[in-house]
Ligand binder design. Structure first.
Ligand code: NAP
Ligand code: GCO
Length: 268
């Protein structure tokens, strides 16, 4: 890497697995990776979501390989990775994107609900990374990108489980970087701000009188960019973290938040 070359951003010849890639942020990242030259592989929990994703990729002219696989099921994940290795090749880029949220005040939240969020948002990335790492190590390189959150840094009412999981995911990211950096593995986090996807739709629902949801107004006031992010806002940073251009970036969380974490907020 003596001289900088724009080819360092290319993902040509790379196999990229994006978990929960049928729609939302995962779909936008996978689409960007396809444009950068990667072969796209994704998984989802249900065949309905999988079919929806396969059609959406095909509509864009992208040939994607889809699997039904729950990221919390270690046996199913191991089987999926084995099938990918045999039928497509070793995974060069893993994006741990699949995630859920349950917005409930902590005192009303059951321990089962708490565990479920931790299981998908934190145990899932552990299980996926554990399954993908041996192939990456044997191949001599690998990129793991964990989709973190504002809640990797901040708390707020009703998201105790989600914040615990995303804070933990930030530290899993740093630990994978620490443990496998010597094997030329780079593990970084991408921390989206408030992005307009199905996950955040309840926070943007119009009021009965047609007014904007108070949370919607709050986010606009809290974001220097004064807008919600779009899933596509994550495309460039996600390509960077998957490419050779970031080969000496390890254990970093790149926040893509329109400036939220830099800003104290607008005076009411
Ligand atoms: P989304 O619209 O709800 O999509 C989530 C995806 O994950 C869906 O494809 C879903 O599939 C899949 N999924 C959920 N549980 C799964 C499991 N156990 N196994 C496999 N797939 C599973 O969410 P999003 O807004 O695009 O968010 C994607 C990631 O970014 C999440 O980790 C989220 O926490 C994070 N994030 C989002 C925002 C935001 O503002 N939207 C901000 C920061 C971080 P199904 O159809 O089967 O449910
Ligand atoms: C919430 C939101 C957040 C976002 C995102 C912020 O209820 O506060 O859903 O958790 O989804 O993760 O970065």
């Amino acid at each position: 890497m003596a001289h900088f070359d724009l080819d360092y951003f290319s993902l040509a010849g790379k196999n990229a697995l994006i978990t929960g890639g049928s729609y939302g942020i995962g779909f936008a990242i996978a689409t960007a990776y396809a444009k950068a030259g990667a072969t796209i592989i994704f998984n989802d929990r249900s065949s309905e979501s999988l079919d929806r994703g396969l059609k959406a990729y095909a509509d864009l002219g992208i040939k994607a390989h889809g699997y039904v696989c729950d990221v919390t099921d270690e046996d199913a994940v191991q089987q999926m990775i084995t099938e990918i290795n045999e039928n497509i090749g070793v995974i060069d880029i893993l994006v741990n994107n699949a995630g859920i949220i349950k917005r409930e005040p902590m005192l009303e939240m059951s321990a089962d609900d708490f565990r479920q969020v931790i299981d998908v948002d934190l145990n899932g990335p552990f299980i996926m990374s554990k399954a993908a790492l041996p192939g990456m190590i044997a191949k001599g390189h690998g990129k793991i990108i964990n989709i973190c959150s504002m809640m990797s840094e901040l708390g707020r009412e009703t998201v105790s489980a989600y914040a615990s999981a995303k804070g933990g995911l930030k530290m899993l990211t740093k630990n994978i970087a620490s443990e496998y950096g010597a094997s030329n593995i780079q593990c970084n986090g991408l921390g989206p701000g408030y992005i307009a996807t199905p996950q955040t739709a309840p926070l943007r629902e119009k009021q009965a009188d047609g007014a904007r949801h108070p949370f919607d107004q709050f986010i606009i006031a809290k974001t220097p960019a004064q807008r919600w992010g779009q899933a596509e806002d994550l495309a460039g940073p996600a390509v960077f973290l998957a490419s050779d251009a970031s080969n000496f970036v390890n254990g970093h969380i790149l926040y893509v938040d329109g400036g939220i974490l830099a800003y104290i907020g607008k005076q009411p």
